[in-house]
Design a protein around this ligand. Structure first.
Ligand code: 5AD
Ligand code: SF4
Length: 433
């Protein structure tokens, strides 16, 4: 009988793709099969996130539970960003852990599996040209990495310390991945990197000069690719050329993630984000002008050290002006290895909570205003998921989630739908073509 592995993935899309890579390596090189039942697994993996403190705290209780529930002889591996950051400390604190595998070392999964108490967390390791096996959790869309690591030094962020310096993946390898995915039916390609529109900053070998806009053009020329999404771009690198390609290339989905972090120029400076409130507003409003149907999402941190009421009002002002379709908002969480944790004027937790509530309530009001504007709109939906009650769900080009009555025959198809009922995040519609 084949050996089985169980995997839990926390964090961002990059981690989802890293898990897919590990699944591919385990399946093709070691003959493992995936199971959803922890108790029958021979190998239990947790792919961790370290961006905020809470999930890191929870890690040890969670692996403690795994250890109690696992079958005799099953191995436990801790992978991902917390693995990079804590390294052997994990085995010291939880001696039952069999190996620790960093976010930049996932290609070594089949090695560490056979080395008792292995700790592979080298953040200088170059995985940018490693040919991973094929595995995708969805047949309809394919995540494709375009770079590893991050060269920015945002003062709140631990990621540069867990994923190392930024290296772009050679464009011919990216195009090959995209061709493979498109051939097997993935109409949608999701390009991934910590900072995608900084593509081409550094390659590990010889490579012709190339930027993200050039890469978008290359990918959109691949046969079978109908939709391109990407995450995360950085507002600083949103030059006119990039915005024009985004607006004019029909294959690029009209949904942009623009991580604001703060609306105050003073706080943005303390965060080392490299742009001002005015630059961000200029880019976002230009985008709205160029692509009237665009949907813009963002990440916001409240209560960064030194954030005054006035600074917070600047953030509220940006959400009024941009009217984001989606906001991922967080209370600042001091992280090890980051300069901001030592800044004076850390903000008390209650103030952070109050600001977060205010931001989220106002954003919900904005969403309620926007949802009625959606009713009656006609959108092209790429169906990818069956839902209970005889429904099928998919996303429009501009990232609106829509459900219609239907079944398997709609899966993998792009179909025109009229929105009949709109909620904040989920909408209902009828197929019209
Ligand atoms: N505290 C709170 N939020 C953070 N993020 C990154 N680091 C921190 C931190 N120390 C948020 C940012 C980033 C998102 C992925 O997580 O908003 O864009
Ligand atoms: Fe972190 Fe900033 Fe890099 Fe994003 S761009 S991963 S926030 S350092």
């Amino acid at each position: 009988m084949a050996k089985k592995f169980y995997i839990e993935t926390l964090g961002c899309a990059m981690n989802v793709r890293d898990s897919e890579h590990m699944i591919a390596e385990l399946s093709y090189k070691e003959g493992y099969e995936q199971t959803e039942t922890l108790e029958e697994a021979d190998l239990i993996l947790i792919n961790t996130c370290s961006v905020r403190e809470k999930p890191v705290h929870k890690l040890f209780s969670e692996i403690g539970v795994f250890n109690k529930r696992k079958k005799d002889g099953a191995k436990i591996g801790v992978c991902g960003c917390t693995a990079s950051h804590l390294g052997e400390e994990i085995i010291k604190k939880a001696p039952f852990v069999d190996f620790v595998l960093g976010a930049r070392n996932v290609s070594k999964i089949t090695e560490v599996l056979h080395k008792p108490k292995a700790v592979e967390v080298d953040i200088d390791y170059d995985e940018s040209q490693y040919a991973f096996g094929d595995f995708r959790s969805s047949p309809y869309k394919a995540y494709v990495n375009i770079s590893i690591g991050c060269d920015k030094q945002c003062t709140f962020c631990i990621v540069p310390h867990t994923r190392g310096e930024e290296v772009s993946i050679p464009s011919d390898l990216i195009v090959k991945e995209v061709e493979k995915a498109a051939k097997t039916g993935a109409k949608e390609i999701f390009l991934l990197g910590q900072n995608v529109n900084n593509y081409g900053r550094r390659f590990s070998g010889e490579h012709p000069k190339m930027n993200f806009t050039n890469l978008l053009r290359l990918v959109s020329e691949v046969d079978g690719v109908e939709r391109i999404r990407f995450t995360s771009p950085h507002p600083l690198h949103m030059d006119d050329e990039f915005l024009e390609e985004f607006a004019n290339n029909p294959k690029i989905c009209k949904s942009m993630h623009m991580p604001l972090q703060s609306g105050s120029t003073k706080i943005l400076k303390a965060m080392k984000r490299g742009y001002t409130k005015e630059w961000f507003l200029d880019r976002a409003l230009k985008l709205r002008q160029m692509v009237p149907d665009v949907s813009i999402s963002t990440d916001i941190i409240v209560a960064f050290p030194g954030e005054s009421e006035e600074d917070f009002e600047d953030t509220m002002d940006v959400i009024e002006k941009v009217r984001f379709e989606q906001i991922f908002s967080f209370k600042y969480s001091p992280r090890p290895l980051t300069p901001a944790k030592d800044y004076e004027d850390q903000i008390p937790d209650e103030i952070g909570s109050q600001r977060l509530t205010r931001l989220q309530s106002r954003h919900n009001e904005i969403l309620d205003e926007m949802k009625s504007e959606r009713v009656g709109k006609v959108v092209d939906v790429y169906f990818e998921e069956l839902r209970p009650g005889g429904k099928v769900a998919g996303r429009s080009d501009n990232n609106v989630m829509v459900q219609v009555d239907g079944s398997e025959e709609l899966l993998g198809k792009i179909v025109t739908v009229k929105i009949t009922d709109a909620g904040r995040l989920s909408n209902f519609g009828v197929v019209i073509a």
